[in-house]
Design a protein around this ligand. Structure first.
Ligand code: LIP
Length: 253
């Protein structure tokens, strides 16, 4: 939690400052601050748990076996780079498990701009700033708010456009806010009823997925060898109807 807060503080201090871009593609940016935040998180976590591994968006430290941190130092980098205060720090802790191989047991998502800290410990209720949160109870798709992630690659974007066309007249509102971890935290808190995206990385969704599960929702994730993680998170009531309306993952182009 301290590590997430420290990185969030660095993000907040640089909110309005010009950002140095390390790498750019048409639909993605990597900032110097991504790396600085990850180093800061890494230092804190490794000082306390020197033998544990780390999978991070800005590089990984491997450990033979045992627990592993999964870190997205700034999730919603493009928002942050453009001064849009919708980005967060996402940290999960996984322990080895036979099935599924990835099993987060701790999840923290910190939004430094709204000062919202979500925490989850497997087997306990999810919390937002210490108060228990739950997924929504909405059962009617027509009243639901569904978040769709746009992705970075052509294939994911094409999928999102199709999903949007299939859902836009069925739900109350669609949203695409640019941070997978916050979209999951919003599902866990009942703000969104569901969230879908393809082409994700594990560090985008490991902590948020645990939040959704601990808040009583469903986190349905499938790994495609060539298309990253396909994800549908929902309040446990809208899944079957959403699955009928969402398009299949498109073939590689
Ligand atoms: C981003 C996600 C966003 C998704 C992008 C990307 P980043 O993470 O949070 O929702 O659409 O593809 O993965 O790169 O800002 O950490």
């Amino acid at each position: 939690m301290d590590a997430a807060r420290a990185a969030g503080e660095l993000m907040r201090r640089h909110r309005r400052a010009p950002k140095r871009v390390h790498a750019a593609t048409q639909h993605d940016l990597k900032l110097e601050l991504d790396v600085r935040c990850q180093r800061l998180i890494e230092r804190r976590l490794r000082a306390a748990f020197p033998d544990w591994g780390m999978l991070g968006e800005e590089g990984s430290v491997s450990a033979a076996a045992g627990p592993r941190w999964v870190v997205d130092p700034i999730d919603g980098t493009v928002n942050f780079a453009y001064g849009i205060p919708h980005a967060c720090v996402s940290i999960a802790l996984e322990v080895p498990a036979p099935e599924p191989a990835r099993r987060p047991v701790v999840g923290v998502v910190y939004d430094p701009f709204c000062e919202e800290l979500w925490t989850a410990l497997r087997g306990q209720p999810a919390r937002l700033n210490g108060r228990v949160v739950r997924v929504s109870e909405r059962t009617r798709l027509a009243e639901a708010i569904v978040s769709l992630g746009a992705g970075k690659r052509l294939r994911a974007i094409r999928h999102m456009v199709e999903a949007l066309a299939g859902l836009v007249h069925r739900v109350r509102k669609l949203r695409s806010m640019g941070s997978a971890a916050l979209a999951l935290a919003y599902v866990a808190s009942g703000r969104f009823d569901a969230y879908a995206e393809i082409g994700l990385h594990w560090w985008d969704i490991a902590a948020g997925g645990l939040l959704v599960e601990c808040a009583g929702g469903r986190f349905e994730v499938r790994e495609h060898p060539d298309a990253g993680f396909e994800l549908l998170a929902h309040n446990g009531r809208l899944g079957p109807r959403l699955k009928r309306l969402l398009p299949p993952v498109p073939p590689q182009t």
